[in-house]
Design a protein around this ligand. Sequence first.
Ligand SMILES: *Cc1c(COP(=O)(O)O)cnc(C)c1O
Length: 395
Amino acid sequence: MDLIAGIDRKLDALASQSLIRRLRVADSPCAPRQVVDGRDMLAFCSNDYLGLASHPAVIAALQEGAERYGAGSGASHLVSGHSRAHALLEERFGAWMTPHVPQARALYLCTGYMANLAVLTALGADADAMIFSEALNHASLIDGARLAKAGVSVYPHGDVAALEQQLIASTAATKIVVTDSVFSMDGNLAPLPGLLALCERHGAWLVVDDAHGFGVLGATGRGALEHFGLHSPNLVYIGTLGKAAGVGGAFIAAHGSVIELLVQRARPYIYTTAAPPALAHALQASLDIIEGEEGKRRRAHLAALVDHLRDALRPQRWQLPPSTTAIQPVIIGSNEEALRVAASLHEQGLWVPAIRPPTVAAGTARLRVTLSAAHTHEEVALLARALNELERATA
Ligand SMILES: *Cc1c(COP(=O)(O)O)cnc(C)c1O
């Protein structure tokens, strides 16, 4: 019982700092109107930015994929789990990214978390390499850097000049700069053109985690590289597919030689069962939507909803930092007030997650509002009204 008592003391300490998180159970598909713990809610928390997670064409493709390829892959890619569905998807991503990375090839991994571990442990495999990591990077990039043999140097958020000083001072044989494209708790964009110019000058890789950009940024939804019009052999791109693409998994796109090294060396690709092929098949339907007219319409609607929310919110004590993306944080400050506001919203049937440390810096607890092309203007107006009233009420 001493072992359990020790754990319970840790949990009590978290509870006393308002840091306990709890699971809620969704009883219906991911969509703005969702049944959660048996109750009808209007949700502003998913990363299903284009509303594809419950899109009929994607569901139908998943069913078709299961009929054609079965339920599971049965083995890792290099053993016997690499199906035609995986190969076709990887070819399509390679072709998609060729305008941005010369001789691009792509790999499909089970999750974005694993893709980030794969890239950083393979590129940063040697002790004389150095990973330059943006201060607000996602946990999976932080973990990838920890797992790599390379050293790690953190540069301040968005600070290209500070990064340049670090690159100039470094004697590392391999330099790897790594950043989120869209910061997941703030919604702002990394200065990718400046970072890429710097990487090219200093012979460094630029690893871009486009988890919140793929599908939503760029004229055809190909993400941050398309948005900024970037092209370079120094780029290593990670697009995750459980967010805007509505399914799951992630792809890594880079020069063919980088991808070949990953096939040979990346443990999160090699030592895991390949994702169910039906997922890869379903993703083809997502990509058809993303690059077609419907994708364009969905992105335009999402952009209009973002403008609507920002116009309608009138924060006084709280803050609405600049963000043009679907991630619209409302910074409240204290853990306790953020939780209280999220609970009041919940009572009104509005589901908005409160984000607390360690996910964000202490004193910047926030509501992380995410919008989706599946939301309506009426739903956004409802949320804005509730937030404006709650801020006045708790002042
Ligand atoms: C969600 C996310 C990931 C992880 O992707 P999964 O496919 O969910 O594992 C990686 N990086 C960022 C920035 C993310 O937001």
